[in-house]
Design a protein. Structure first.
Length: 359
């Protein structure tokens, strides 16, 4: 990262610290029906195993709100309740013990209803995220600013912020998400110059798979490299575990988090003489549970392979039908091609077991 991190107020979502120089946290959101306690708990367990720091749950009705207490009792991750339109859902979520709320004060009712929610949140020291999305800006902001613009998004967010500040409540974080990266960048930059509240970064409705991950990495990565952003969510269609993996990949690439496996693997070319793609895929998948920072190299030829493998904590450099195993820069032994993935996985696990600590 080249930019100095923007100084912000600090808040706590459960045991996770956000802002004020704390490590940038990775969030995700369940896509189960919150009313289905078993399915939701199981998915949260998978997210926790992937390294997720905070998880958000949709709370569309009172049945979902009632399920929150059961879910909270069975998981370790801090929970954020996603609330729209009905202030009673926010009150029920707080009563259930959630660690954060995501809502817009302007769409949950009049001043008295906002005051009731803020009073209950303040009593529990539960932060509120004001989440503005480009796709759901209120009519007033659209008319004032001539459509969906960064200024309109920021004005909408600040209007909601003032509702909370007028109640002497400042346990706030803000998001300004858009599906278009340039719009998202402009909105966050503008907001960063106006307030000291922590910012939750994301490209909303980014898409699925590779395209969604790339879009998110560009938007989130640019801002993080400028020192803007305190917590992130990569919004991908599909399994939310992939959001967590993509989030950590973004942070690792900028040197902002050093948790888990960083896979270094060559793109392959005509010089590659082993089935590198299969080896890399197996290594990456089977080492996902390791939390210790480890750089693992899977290289396919003699040009760059030995050098990259030497610079990694553990790695292999392939040749015709075999590969060399490296550990901390030193060649360890020659390994047959069919054993490369297994041997590299075993060696990485040995390294992790020697010092299993994480950041």
């Amino acid at each position: 990262m080249t930019g100095k991190r923007r100084p912000t107020r600090q808040i706590h979502i459960g045991q996770v610290v956000i802002g004020g120089g704390a490590p940038i946290s990775v969030q995700s959101m369940t896509n189960t029906d919150t009313r289905d306690v078993e399915a939701t708990v199981a998915q949260i367990a998978r997210l926790a195993a992937a390294g997720c720091d905070i998880v958000r749950l949709a709370v569309p009705d009172q049945e979902a709100a009632a399920a929150l207490a059961q879910i909270k009792a069975r998981v370790t991750l801090p929970l954020i309740a996603d609330i729209h339109f009905d202030y009673r859902l926010a009150l029920a979520a707080l009563e259930a013990g959630v660690d954060g709320l995501r809502l817009n004060p302007g769409n949950i009712g009049g001043p008295e209803r906002v005051k009731a929610v803020v009073k209950a949140a303040a009593a529990r020291r539960v932060p509120i995220r004001i989440g503005v999305n480009a796709g759901s800006l209120e009519k007033e902001a659209l008319e004032t600013y001539g459509g969906v613009t960064a200024a309109a998004m920021v004005a909408s967010a600040l209007k909601h912020v003032r509702l909370l500040e007028d109640l002497d409540y400042r346990e706030i974080k803000i998001s300004l998400k858009a599906a278009e990266v340039p719009l998202m960048l402009a909105a966050y930059r503008l907001m960063a110059a106006k307030v000291a509240y922590p910012l939750h970064l994301g490209v909303t409705e980014a898409g699925r798979g590779l395209e969604g991950a790339v879009k998110s990495a560009v938007g989130i990565g640019i801002l993080l490299n400028e020192g803007i952003g305190d917590t992130i969510r990569v919004s991908l269609t599909g399994d939310p575990v992939q959001e967590v993996r993509a989030g950590f990949a973004i942070l690792r690439s900028l040197g902002l988090r050093q948790q888990g496996i960083e896979l270094i693997s060559c793109p392959t070319c005509g010089r590659c003489q082993v089935n590198l793609e299969a080896v890399a895929a197996r290594v990456q998948e089977e080492l996902q549970d390791i939390k210790k920072p480890l750089k693992v190299a899977v290289m396919g030829c003699a040009v760059n392979g030995p050098g990259e493998a030497r610079q990694a904590d553990v790695g292999i450099a392939g040749g015709r039908g075999f590969g060399l195993l490296f550990r901390h820069g030193q060649p360890v032994r020659k390994v047959r091609e069919e054993d490369l993935a297994r041997v590299l996985i075993e060696e990485a696990r040995r390294l992790a077991a020697e010092d299993p600590g994480e950041e």
